[in-house]
Design a protein around this ligand. Structure first.
Ligand SMILES: *[C@@H]1O[C@H](CO)[C@@H](O)[C@H](O)[C@H]1NC(C)=O
Ligand SMILES: *[C@@H]1O[C@H](CO)[C@@H](O)[C@H](O)[C@H]1NC(C)=O
Ligand SMILES: *[C@@H]1O[C@H](CO)[C@@H](O)[C@H](O)[C@H]1NC(C)=O
Length: 199
């Protein structure tokens, strides 16, 4: 009896999702073959590039050795590392001003603040809060990032030199930004730590 009760309580705990390990993480797109039509993504990297989040673009990052006595060769910025996930999400950067992820209320685009001289946009113009990062109950117990159970969209975007590029949005309103957007799941994967001065 005791065993049954404790099993039941584990199950109900699991159904609500449960807290993930802390620490920095990378973000990947999950879209299994059971979500037709293509594309299929099994953790394809999501990168910060020029203020927005993307699938199919490299991370854009910079490091200025004159800003501080830092060895920029240690901060190559070739991947995008995040932190947080309990209500707010940040890029994990060396820059002391930090960089915070927000949702643009106009189009739902996932965007991030620029470090330093730029004044960050304020709520309610943009949305900083409402994120949840939790261990899912589905197969393999992935660690999923979500915003208030809204669909997350990848929208195909033309790019000068790259193919297979998608910009990431949260669908806030009834209609997606474009009819060619596809829904997918945001999954997080443990990362070692800061790899960039800023993105
Ligand atoms: C999230 O933050 C709230 C408020 O600071 C805190 O009470 C709660 O324990 C945090 N949850 C996790 C999973 O860290
Ligand atoms: C929000 O998106 C609109 C339309 O794309 C853009 O004009 C505006 O600059 C964006 N605002 C912020 C704060 O990112
Ligand atoms: C595309 O490639 C050209 C030539 O290599 C380069 O000058 C340009 O900056 C690139 N554009 C983008 C968006 O990367």
């Amino acid at each position: 009896m005791k065993l049954i009760i404790s099993l039941l309580s584990i199950i109900s705990l699991a159904c609500a999702g449960y807290p993930p390990p802390p620490g920095p993480w990378t973000l990947g797109a999950w879209r299994p073959p059971t979500d037709p039509p293509a594309p299929v993504w099994l953790g394809r990297a999501i990168q910060a590039n020029q203020g927005k989040l993307w699938i199919g673009k490299p991370a854009s990052s910079w490091c200025d050795p004159s800003l501080m006595s830092i060895d920029c060769s240690l901060y190559r910025g070739d991947s995008t590392v995040f932190k947080g996930g309990n209500d707010t999400v940040f890029l994990d950067v060396l820059n002391p001003n930090g960089q915070q992820i927000y949702i643009n209320k106009t189009d739902g685009a996932l965007t991030y603040t620029w470090p330093g001289m730029f004044v960050a946009p304020k709520e309610p113009e943009v949305i900083y809060t409402g994120w949840t990062r939790e261990i899912s109950v589905s197969g393999g117990a992935p660690i999923v990032l979500s915003y208030k159970n809204r669909p997350v969209l990848a929208c195909p975007t033309a790019s000068a030199n790259l193919t297979d590029v998608y910009q990431i949005f949260v669908q806030l309103n009834a209609a997606p930004p474009s009819s060619s957007c596809v829904t997918f799941q945001l999954r997080t994967y443990a990362a070692e730590g800061i790899v960039a001065w800023s993105y």
